[in-house]
Design a protein. Structure first.
Length: 252
């Protein structure tokens, strides 16, 4: 008889703690946080300023290591890795999108998207083709030679998303990706995230906006470095989100 084993979640975080020391002060940015995220979820992380959202994203994205607690990514214990191993995991598994786009100002859209391939194993081969394919996925083939200051905010964020998905990461992490965008552009960027999610991408978005969270399937709220609430967003039979649900139920 073959053993039936349930697949592990993509992300398993147990007792995650991050303590910062600034002078004599000790700040518990994360305070024993537990969280599990399955493959192909689309999750919003919410919570007031200082609740630990960006710190959590930095840990999930292997940019930094926790002070205590465990983080299993794809079943591998990331919390025990050294800086070199972390960098490799980051390269292979993580795509980042930030509020301020973080593009190099003198490089074209194409050159910005090619950047992660410099660090990827054997990735320099066929780089242009891969970068163009990523720009095509975000609908920017007609702007590949533009520099960031020749692009709109929404287009800049598309370049950043193309760069983030280039290495086909396991997780796409976005920290307030629409924080600098107007509402029409926000909707445009969100539909891009939803498209990537529909194609199988796991997406985690930090946001202050209920509108942004309502596009996700689950809303995790943080307070004082812990999970305050964790709600699934219901969908109607047509698969549309019941948006009123989140504004009413998730707010504390
Ligand atoms: N590098 C650091 N050194 C010291 N303290 C830090 C550092 N990064 C964050 N903190 C502190 O940790 C706490 C959580 O910060 P974090 O940036 O995770 O909050 P956030 O939920 O992302 O807030 P916001 O919504 O304002 O972006 C805050 O009290 C912050 O001051
Ligand atoms: Mg933040």
């Amino acid at each position: 008889m073959t053993e039936v084993r349930a697949e592990r979640p993509l992300i398993e975080v147990v007792g995650l703690t991050k303590v910062y020391r600034v002078g004599v002060e000790t700040i518990r940015a994360l305070n024993g946080l537990d969280l599990a995220i399955e493959r192909n979820e689309m999750v919003a992380i919410m919570g007031s300023s200082g609740s630990g959202k960006s710190t959590l994203m930095n840990m999930l994205g292997c940019l930094d290591r926790p002070t205590a607690g465990r983080y299993l990514l794809n079943g591998r214990d990331v919390s025990a890795m050294d800086a070199k191993e972390l960098a490799q995991v980051r390269n292979e598994e993580i795509g980042f999108v930030f509020q301020s786009f973080e593009l190099l100002p003198r490089q074209t859209a194409l050159e910005n998207v090619e950047l992660p391939l410099i660090y990827a194993r054997g990735g320099w081969r066929g780089r242009k083709k891969r970068a163009l394919a990523a720009l095509d996925r975000v609908g920017l083939l007609d702007r590949v030679d533009h520099r960031p200051n020749q692009l709109s905010g929404g287009q800049r964020q598309r370049v950043a998303i193309a760069r983030a998905i280039l290495n086909t990461p396991s997780i796409l992490l976005a920290d307030e990706p629409t924080g600098n965008l107007d509402s029409a552009t926000t909707t445009e960027i969100l539909s891009l995230f939803r498209q990537l999610h529909a194609e199988g991408q796991t997406v985690i978005i930090v946001t202050h906006e209920d509108e942004v969270a309502s596009h996700c399937h689950r809303v995790v709220r943080l307070r004082d470095g812990r999970v305050l609430s964790d709600l699934a967003i219901q969908q109607d039979i047509a698969g549309r989100h019941l948006r009123a649900n989140i504004a009413g139920k998730a707010a504390h």
